[in-house]
Structure formats: C-alpha cells, structure tokens
Design a protein around this ligand. Structure first.
Ligand SMILES: Cc1cc2nc3c(=O)[nH]c(=O)nc-3n(C[C@H](O)[C@H](O)[C@H](O)COP(=O)(O)O)c2cc1C
Length: 190
C-alpha cells in the first residue's frame, strides 16, 4: 500500500514524573477495547522511537553506535503500520484487524494497540562494530524501545504489557517483513 498517516506533533502533557511512572508500571492483562486517539498513538510512537534531536540525528531510544536498527510497527483495530521516525508518519502496510491472529494470548486483541519491535537486518549491516553482536544489540535495543513504550503508556494512565508470546510467522507475514529481519518483542497497550 502507498498510504501514510501524518501524526500530530507530540505533546508534553503526561501527568507523571519518570520516577512515578517507573513505580506505577505493571503488566496489565485486562483491557476494555477502547481505541486510543491519534494524539496518543503519535505520542506513544514519538516517545518510544521518535527523532528527538534532528540536527545530530538522535532518537528517544538509544541504539548501539546510534545505528537505528530497530523498526517500530503497530497493529490496531484498523491497520498494521510501520512508524517512520524521520517523518513522524505511519506507513500503512495492510488495512484490517490482525491483532488476534498475531497474538497468542486472548487478552491481547482487547488492547487497543500491539507494538512490535523488529531488528532490521539491512540497517544493522551498517553497524560499524562487530557484526557478530547483532543478536546482543538487537535484543537489547528492542527492550530499550519497548521500555520507553511501557513507561510512556503508564504516564498516560494506560495499561501495557511486554509480550514475548506472539506468532512470528503471522506477524512477519502481516508486516511484510523480509526473512532476515528479527521480530524480538511486542507490547500491548490500551
Ligand atoms: C521480555 C519479556 C517478555 C514477556 N512476555 C510476556 C508474555 O508473552 N505474556 C505476558 O503476559 N507477559 C509477558 N511479560 C511480562 C512479565 O510476565 C512481567 O513483566 C513480570 O511478571 C513482572 O511483572 P510486572 O511487569 O508487572 O512488573 C514479559 C516480560 C518481558 C520483560
């Protein structure tokens, strides 16, 4: 598909201090299915993976050697999409609700959004360090981005849970991922 959704600029109106969000965050496994606003989606993307220093090319999430080798995807009731940090847009991949088939746990389809953290093999190939460290840095950097998501969700009063339980074959198919990319983690938010 060639459809993009321009996200609104992030807002800085979350209610909690970082210390409070850290203490309040818990894995939530019960959701009421209510949809998030586009502003909430925009903020979740931005504070997970957005470009926070355009001039110097730094992001909300640190990556080994600033390689930016983690891609952030999301699936909600309407579509699955890739977040493009440089443009702060969602690049729609497929329209439809694929949350239930991607997630193994039934509660996940009631959460408004599933975020998906993927090591991009092509981007990682530009990593200036030891290429054997792809797994180490890929997994670490996905966990960092997912932690951003969970803490920011908590600061909005939303529930979240990291989920290693997902069907990688279905996720890869729905996100049109090349075989070399690695899906590491998902986070449900709602
Ligand atoms: C890497 C990782 C994978 C996880 N996978 C799942 C999962 O697939 N399903 C689930 O319900 N919880 C999952 N969890 C959540 C943990 O069970 C949870 O973090 C732990 O029980 C501690 O509870 P807390 O998050 O409320 O502090 C995962 C957590 C992490 C860090």
């Amino acid at each position: 598909m060639n459809e993009k959704i321009q996200l609104p600029a992030p807002t800085f109106d979350d209610q909690l201090r970082v210390s409070e969000a850290i203490v309040k965050r818990r894995s939530i496994r019960q959701y009421d299915g209510h949809a998030l606003s586009l502003q909430q989606i925009a903020n979740l993307c931005y504070f997970s993976a957005g470009v926070t220093d355009k001039e110097r090319g730094f992001c909300a999430n640190p990556t080994a050697c600033n390689t930016h080798h983690i891609d952030l995807y999301l699936a909600n009731a309407d579509f699955c999409a890739k977040y493009i940090p440089a443009e702060h847009v969602l690049d729609i991949i497929e329209r439809g609700d694929f949350r239930a088939e991607m997630a193994i746990q039934p509660f996940a389809k009631e959460a408004s959004i599933q975020f998906i953290y993927v090591v991009n093999a092509v981007t990682f190939s530009k990593f200036p360090g030891n290429p054997d460290h792809k797994t180490k840095y890929g997994h670490t950097d996905c966990a960092i981005m997912a932690t951003n998501t969970c803490l920011y969700a908590t600061s909005l009063g939303l529930g979240s849970v990291m989920r290693g339980m997902f069907d990688p074959a279905i996720v890869a198919q729905r996100l049109h991922l090349p075989a070399e990319d690695e899906i590491v983690l998902t986070v449900s938010v709602g």
